[in-house]
Design a protein around this ligand. Structure first.
Ligand SMILES: Nc1ncnc2c1ncn2[C@@H]1O[C@H](COP(=O)(O)OP(=O)(O)OP(=O)(O)O)[C@@H](O)[C@H]1O
Length: 139
């Protein structure tokens, strides 16, 4: 299992608000290399599968319907210390708590519409990347 990769999604709010380019620019400027990239849309079913770990949480239904409400961008990123550095780059889950200059501080509106996803472990980065990309789609 790779320890230098993470998985991200630019969520429907940030796509709808025209922030794809700015967010990808912030990501590459921070030293992440794009290994795979896809503009796509989740259905209720695929969003439910992706977030199955949160099934028992009170916000699960809202999260699934939000994540399938519009197109997203999915990507696998590579950098030393990718998981931790990417979570620093995006900031706290709730943009109200996100440090100045982080992606969520700049582009997110609320805890549910929080602009981006970042994997929380090497294991989940692998699982989440595999959810969206075949081996032939990684470069
Ligand atoms: N209290 C909440 N109310 C509404 N949505 C929430 C709440 N907590 C988390 N979420 C949503 O569920 C997602 C997953 O929650 P988690 O606790 O894994 O946060 P995270 O790891 O910072 O976010 P992500 O997994 O998207 O990077 C969050 O990004 C957010 O969109």
């Amino acid at each position: 299992m790779s320890t230098n990769r993470t998985f991200t999604m630019i969520k429907p709010d940030a796509v709808a608000n025209g922030h794809i380019g700015a967010i990808i620019n912030d990501i590459t400027a921070a030293g992440f290399k794009i290994i795979a990239l896809k503009y796509t849309k989740l259905t209720d079913e695929t969003a439910g599968q992706f977030y199955a770990v949160h099934k028992e949480r009170p916000f699960y239904a809202d999260l699934v319907s939000f994540m399938s409400s519009g197109p997203i961008v999915a990507a696998i990123l590579e950098k030393d210390n990718a998981i931790e550095d990417f979570r620093k780059l995006i900031g706290a889950t709730n943009p109200a708590d996100a440090a100045e200059g982080t992606i969520r501080a700049k582009y997110a509106k609320s805890i549910d519409a929080n602009a981006v996803h970042g994997s929380d472990s090497d294991e989940n980065a692998q699982i989440e990347g595999d959810f969206f990309f075949t081996a032939a789609e990684r470069f």
